[in-house]
Design a protein around this ligand. Sequence first.
Ligand code: OGA
Ligand code: MN
Length: 295
Amino acid sequence: MDIIPLGPGFAAELRGVTLADVANDDAVYAAVRAAFEDHSVLLFRGQQISGEGQLAFSRRFGPPETTKVGSLGTGTHFVILTTIGDDGKVVPEDHRYALRNKANQLWHTDSSFKAVPALTSVLSARTIPDNGGETEFASTRLAFERLDPALQNKLEGSFAWHHYGHSRAKIAPGLATPEELEALPPRCWRLVWRNPVNRRGALYIASHTYAIEGMEKAEGLALIDELTAAATAPGTTYEHKWKPGDVIMWDNRATMHRGRPWPGDEARYMVRTTISATAADGLESLRPPKLQAAE
Ligand code: OGA
Ligand code: MN
């Protein structure tokens, strides 16, 4: 297996390894897992992609999420991100599918609004538009390490609130349905997620983050905006231009990502599997102390 760096200090392509190798071979999994801890974003090119194969690969890393209510693929282990409607035609730009893609174009990490946050997401490209539609990644680990030590210290002792309704309201009123809001109450997590393997800390923020515990609402939002801008500053990101056969996995503990726009009349179809974080991934240290005591 060869590791070819892709981005500024993070993200790498793995060559000489297939999704099936990872699914079937403990030693290959161990090598890929180590690369995942180091590089945060891993690209596999030229893969023979199937839902089953993607899921078998993903399961190596932990328990797969069951897709939430309101997402395409609900009740399965797959999230479908598409602009193709039931009639096979590309949906209009105000269609729920198109608006969901638009929400994904805000910098975020997946599932920070869930009861159990995600360790990793695995995304495969099935239909790629001719123009645009890239996925861009930022390292919140490198962003954290760029901050001055006093601020790092303060953030590591801080907790932030995440809510699905907050990010969706930025796109369109009513994009989050009452059913989704009911299923997804606000969650509070530590602002820094420390990787238990290499001990490196990363900012844990997303488009879903709407408040910082103990701070005025506006002050908290301003800090979240400031940290997001610093984490995603020009020159610090890796933008991936999708090709057929590409699969990318990312570490939701140490990165943010966003989709990039593409012409509204071009189809795009992507399939995601998402793996929940476990205690081994440092999940327990993310919980606010009060909740930790109660559970
Ligand atoms: C995702 C996501 C962005 C994209 O799959 O979680 O945010 O480019 N995707 O589709
Ligand atoms: Mn996402």
